[in-house]
Design a binder for this molecule. Structure first.
Ligand code: BG6
Length: 508
């Protein structure tokens, strides 16, 4: 996303409270790629949610731009295709219809190419007309360009920024010719997720957590991304990228950097991003001996990855990857950060699991480890697995939890979608939750060597381990995680509630 405004403030928000920041009236938001999937599924619904709640600037206008020729009615149909009324939110549901027609009224569409001047000239005239109608020739103009565009090499997905260090640098140089860094808001939508945004407060606002988040107390950290569906319908796109570019190098790496960074001097954008870059620079490129790759195969009526006609025959593309990253600084040296991501697995889940070291033996024979779990989705929660005496006459330790489940604790809170939060931040000129150029560069340095190995650029491409659609991943995954010190203690423990009866039954 880019924003052109002569007086754009360079992201320095002195406190975390951003809702009081002024929005620039009469902003025009241009959505490039307006007929594509990302715009329809994410950008327009997010813009509508902000509009519906009164968060967009006064007199805002939204202009869609794409190659598809269509009249306004067709554009409105596509713009609002994925916008749904939420009946559970009684207040917003009441005004939904009126707001939806208001949203269409502030929207318009221009069709044009991306590689010729014609369409863009038409777009400029359209913007000037809109702006002149509202405020004469008054300046500065405030225009936000939301680029929901695919990179030139891939027709259907805009997500990874480049394919490796070199191509990312090329894209960066091309963009920099047009937009200064302080006008650029590089989206990684994970940074807009509520739990990722909470990590700074959890870590640095709680003395007890801050004190133990280091190599003296922590055995290992797992960052897990699981999806229960395969690449159905977009195997062609996916094959060019693979799971590591699709979610690890970007989303999970951003999660890791926020989790592992040192305390920033302030909550201002540059202070936060400086710390993220610093911690990323302590991570050496991933070693291929620390990597496990997988590819799903058919089970029952579920197709395997290679059964998709758009996937090249015999593709080695990983749909699952587990890898270990090492953060070589005084806080984390020797603590493995195990990153796991996969498609077509047994559940839908994104979580961070910080596993503590064993309690010293002596009085306990076998006691479970403490674990701090940050569940990013579904249903945000933070819980700490903690040992406690089972109530009753005997002295037996059982695993219990300190539980902060958002739905129970923040019953009335409406948690914004990641894209809503990010668009609002950009409108306010706050860069904190956007990826800075140097962050992206370091992240690619960490991943490029293994990506080239997987792409077969260093000899034959490695063979991913097959795993069944709907399973927990390749059979070797538990052995892999335990090699890096992770102890799985799920057998007699079910979160969120374990009754005394359950525990007793489990230990019979
Ligand atoms: C995208 C990937 O960037 O992130 C998708 O391209 C993935 O493959 C998605 O499904 C996950 O995002 P979320 O918000 O659903 O966890």
């Amino acid at each position: 996303m880019s924003r052109s405004r002569s007086d754009s403030k360079r992201g320095s928000i002195p406190s975390m409270e951003t809702t009081g920041d002024a929005l620039t009236e009469e902003t025009v938001i241009v959505v490039l790629g307006a007929s594509g999937d990302l715009a329809q599924k994410k950008t327009f619904p997010a813009l509508f949610a902000l509009y519906q709640q009164g968060y967009l600037p006064k007199d805002v206008h939204i202009v869609g731009y794409a190659r598809t020729k269509m009249d306004l009615d067709e554009f409105y149909r596509r713009e609002t295709k994925y916008i749904k009324k939420n009946e559970n939110d009684v207040e917003l549901a009441k005004t939904f219809d009126a707001k939806l027609s208001g949203f269409k009224k502030i929207s318009s569409y221009i069709s044009g190419q991306y590689d010729t001047d014609e369409g863009f000239q038409e777009l400029r005239e359209h913007l000037e007309k809109l702006e002149n109608e509202r405020s004469g020739s008054k300046s500065p103009r405030n225009r936000v360009f939301y680029m929901a565009l695919p990179p030139p090499s891939s027709p259907s997905s805009p997500r990874p920024f480049g394919k490796d260090l070199e191509s990312s640098r090329e894209m960066m140089t091309a963009l920099k010719a047009e937009w200064a860094e302080n006008e650029t808001y590089r989206i990684d939508h994970y940074l807009g997720k509520e739990m990722i945004k909470n990590m700074l407060v959890l870590r640095f606002g709680n003395v007890f957590l801050d004190a133990c988040m280091n190599r003296n107390f922590i055995s290992n950290v797992q960052i897990t991304f699981k999806e229960p569906f395969g690449t159905e319908g977009r195997g062609g796109y996916f094959d060019e990228f693979g799971i590591i570019r699709d979610v690890c190098q970007n989303h999970l790496m951003q999660t890791l950097s926020v989790l592992a960074m040192e305390r920033p001097v302030s909550f201002s954008a540059e202070d936060i991003r400086d710390e993220k870059v610093k911690v990323l620079r302590c991570i050496p490129p991933i070693d291929k001996k620390d990597v496990l790759l997988g590819q799903y195969v058919a089970t029952g009526d579920k197709p395997g990855y290679l059964d998709d006609d758009t996937v090249p025959k015999g593709s080695h593309c990983p749909t699952f990857a587990a890898m270990v990253l090492w953060v070589n600084n005084p806080r984390w040296e020797g603590v493995p950060f195990i990153m796991k991501a996969g498609k077509a697995l047994n559940e839908s889940k994104v979580e961070v699991r910080v596993q503590f070291k064993d309690a010293t033996s002596g009085i306990f024979n076998d006691i479970a480890r403490n674990e701090l779990v940050l569940r990013v989705q579904p249903s945000e929660a933070v819980y700490m697995k903690m040992n406690s005496k089972l109530p009753g006459f005997q002295t037996r330790a059982v695993t219990t939890e300190l539980d902060l489940t958002y739905k129970k604790r923040f019953t009335d809170a409406r948690i914004p979608q990641a894209y809503e939060a990010l668009i609002l931040d950009a409108l306010k000129g706050d860069h904190s939750n956007f990826v800075r150029d140097d962050e992206l560069d370091v992240a690619w340095k960490i991943f490029t060597p293994i990506l080239h190995w997987i792409d077969g650029k260093q000899g034959e491409a490695p063979n991913p381990e097959p795993y069944a659609y709907g399973s927990r991943g390749p059979k070797l995954i538990d052995e892999f995680s335990s090699r890096y010190g992770y102890k799985r203690t799920e057998d007699d423990y079910t979160w969120p509630q374990t009754s005394v009866e359950q525990v007793e039954k489990a230990s019979l």
